[in-house]
Design a protein around this ligand. Sequence first.
Ligand SMILES: Cc1ncc(C[n+]2csc(CCOP(=O)(O)OP(=O)(O)O)c2C)c(N)n1
Ligand code: SF4
Length: 296
Amino acid sequence: MTEEFNLTIKDYVSSFRPTWCPGCGNFSQYRAIRQALVELEIPPEEIVVVSGIGCSSHMPNFLDTYGLQTVHGRGIPVATGIRLANPELTVLVYGGDGDIYGIGGNHFLHACRRNVDIITIVSNNFVYGLTTGQASATTPVGTITRTTPRGSIENPINPVAVALSAGATFVARAFSGDLKHLSWVLKEAIAHRGFAYVDVLSPCITFNRNQTFDYFRDKVFKVEDDNHDIENLHDAIDYANQLSVQDRLPIGIFYQIENKTTYEERDFALNQGVIPAQASLELTDEQIETITKEFY
Ligand SMILES: Cc1ncc(C[n+]2csc(CCOP(=O)(O)OP(=O)(O)O)c2C)c(N)n1
Ligand code: SF4
């Protein structure tokens, strides 16, 4: 008989109150993550949330799970290490477009091809929020920001198309203005076996007057309503490319395949049941003392 799971989303709230501007898109993601974890019945002590630097990257502080903020852009490699040390944990990466697509873009690319069983959620507000609204890797051409006073001259990255072509096995986009749909997408992502990635269209209400809640509300439509086949990579790439079409923005699960081998299954130690985090260090107390004393 399985033990009854009776936690609610309140049980995942830490003692730190969110510091985001009232109305920031990060709030609904904070709620949707907790909702998904409750529905999947994953208790807080089995979860690690890892982030980099940014407004969105403050997320681990507000969740009563294990978690840490690393340096800018490095959430994915740290999360990968945690997962490979203990594959019994659910490991989430959470951060902004500047953090994960810009400075951490290299890690994002390689996580997609490795298929480590972690979940990456990107709060995509099309600017650097924490540092007051500079252009990021997703800022559209022509946008005036503090670092682009005459309009951005760089083509933005299309992160969903990048993830699909790099081999990610779960690729989705959601909108922070549609909590129900967002919670469902995150739940499917967390339940997925392999690398799961969700781009969340999420307004920065303080430093981005272009990509607002109303801007997205007018444009989003759900690929589920198109009877989209989520195993069809070509159709998924077609949807991803509609990001550049100004009047239509698809959201939902673009692509999911479950039959691709994960990194964990190919790892020589892990596939023999060895869990590094639970293995004995085979050191005496004196040896541990010697190693750890420099950190006191
Ligand atoms: C190595 C390094 N470079 C630059 C910074 C300054 N910095 C802090 S947060 C940030 C960008 C945050 O933008 P994003 O990741 O999109 O998150 P948001 O604040 O919008 O949620 C930058 C450039 C830093 N902390 N470390
Ligand atoms: S500055 Fe923007 S991204 Fe940061 S908390 Fe405020 S609204 Fe959110």
